[in-house]
Design a protein around this ligand. Structure first.
Ligand SMILES: CC(C)(COP(=O)(O)OP(=O)(O)OC[C@H]1O[C@@H](n2cnc3c(N)ncnc32)[C@H](O)[C@@H]1OP(=O)(O)O)[C@@H](O)C(=O)NCCC(=O)NCCS
Length: 167
């Protein structure tokens, strides 16, 4: 399926607490299915453990501006913003490379501009670095996190929101 076809079929709407299970499903499937090239199984398990406490995950989302991408009634992507931080971004493997994350980020970056932020930052996983680079985010620093005793690296990337990025 081409990106145009999926883009047309994808609806973006605001997250509600009743969506939590669907979001946790997208989160786990995304890490398992789309991050294996950059993170080994032990690292993916440590990353996914953030969803073990569903209640805490839900509370974290409720403090942020969260958008859901829905296709044929099914959640296929989730993204969140906390001020000028693009925090959560996960797409289900069956909807990958079809413009879902682009659509979610377009909406959150527009929200951030409206809220008066002139830059957006994110901690991009190695699986998402090319995606963010394509959107005009520049690498600022490398981060090392330890979760469940396992080392996970990512990169802080920053985009000016008041500068047009050539397509
Ligand atoms: C990174 C991620 C969110 C991208 O979602 P997506 O919906 O597939 O992205 P899009 O279709 O909007 O991609 C837009 C463009 O970004 C670039 N891009 C996206 N994924 C890419 C990849 N895996 N490798 C290289 N470039 C990529 C491409 O230029 C793509 O355009 P194209 O498909 O026409 O070539 C998704 O792969 C994902 O959920 N990964 C696992 C979880 C993760 O790492 N989340 C980020 C946490 S910070």
């Amino acid at each position: 399926m081409g990106a145009g076809a999926v883009n047309a079929a994808v609806t973006i709407r605001r997250y509600a607490p009743a969506d939590l299970d669907a979001v946790l499903g997208v989160f786990r499937a995304s890490i398992e299915g789309l991050a294996a090239e950059h993170y080994n199984s032990e690292q993916r398990a440590a990353w996914m453990a953030a969803a073990d406490d569903a209640c805490a995950f839900g509370k974290m989302l409720e403090k942020q501006s969260v958008l859901l991408a829905v296709m044929d009634g099914e959640a296929v992507g989730v993204a969140s913003r906390a001020g000028g931080l693009l925090d959560v971004l996960y797409v289900a493997p069956q909807a990958a490379r079809a413009g879902v994350a682009s659509k979610l980020c377009d909406a959150l970056e527009s929200e951030a501009v409206e809220a008066g932020f002139n830059e957006m930052r994110t901690e991009a996983s190695d699986a998402a670095r090319a995606f963010f680079a394509r959107r005009g985010y520049a690498a600022a620093k490398r981060n090392v996190h330890v979760r469940k005793g396992v080392q996970l690296e990512n990169t802080t990337m920053i985009k000016r929101l008041d500068v047009e990025v050539p397509a």
